[in-house]
Design a protein around this ligand. Structure first.
Ligand SMILES: *[C@@H]1O[C@H](CO)[C@@H](O)[C@H](O)[C@H]1NC(C)=O
Length: 218
């Protein structure tokens, strides 16, 4: 009897561990209203309740370009210079923290602020991080190289990014899936997770696929 209980316990542990986390890769911009909306209304809230079954990585570049500039790089961003500055803060934070928990708190703070490019110091303080090294990063070749590295990673996308926010789920891109993530990311993560559903995934309403919609003819 004891053996059987132990076996069951082990099996449960094995099942829990075998289910891979749902991978969310976000390509975003610090001043893009749709990026901001997705992070503060979908990604961050979902993350706070489902982080145990999620693997998130953030790529702050988006619809921008770069060219060599001396020893470093000069950037052009869709929403102007402030956006490039904000993106660089985000790239420096990602590299310095190397901790998605801290990064998510920082990113949520920055994008929730009135003007993200100016919120670095405030948000570093609010997550208990030291702004000094980040400030130095943003104002040096280090930040330029880090942001350029993000651009190179983004260039690996297939298909290439053609709008922002660009959301990849478990390495797969589809416009429909991006729309679902922007509407209800929690549902997407819960549905794709193959392990035992965690508590926040209980009582999810069934998905309403467009094909299943009832059409009333008047
Ligand atoms: C990318 O940004 C440029 C301005 O820098 C803009 O003209 C273009 O429409 C943008 N493209 C997309 C797909 O958002």
């Amino acid at each position: 009897m004891i053996t059987r209980v132990l076996l069951l316990a082990c099996l449960t542990v094995a099942l829990t561990q075998e289910a891979p986390p749902v991978k969310i890769h976000l390509y975003y911009e610090s001043l893009c209203p749709y990026s901001i909306d997705f992070v503060i209304n979908q990604l961050y809230p979902t993350w706070t309740i489902l982080r145990d079954i999620m693997q998130v990585e953030l790529f702050p570049f988006g619809n921008a370009s770069y060219e060599p500039d001396g020893e470093g790089w000069k950037f052009k961003c869709q929403h102007g210079e402030g956006e490039c500055h904000g993106n660089m803060i985000l790239a420096c934070a990602k590299d310095h923290f190397k901790d998605i928990n801290l990064e998510m708190e920082f990113v949520n703070c920055l994008l929730s602020s009135d003007y993200p490019p100016n919120a670095g110091a405030t948000c570093a303080a609010s997550v208990g991080a030291d702004w000094g090294p980040l400030d130095q990063c943003v104002n040096s070749l280090e930040g330029q190289n880090l942001l350029h590295d993000v651009a190179l990673q983004q260039e690996q996308l297939d298909p290439p990014l053609y709008f922002v926010p660009w959301i990849i789920v478990n390495d797969v891109f589809s416009e429909e899936q991006v729309a679902e993530c922007q509407t209800d990311l929690k549902k997407v993560v819960c549905e794709l997770y193959t392990g035992p559903p965690p508590e926040p995934c209980a009582n999810l309403e069934p998905v309403h696929r467009p094909a299943a919609r009832r059409v009333t003819v008047a």
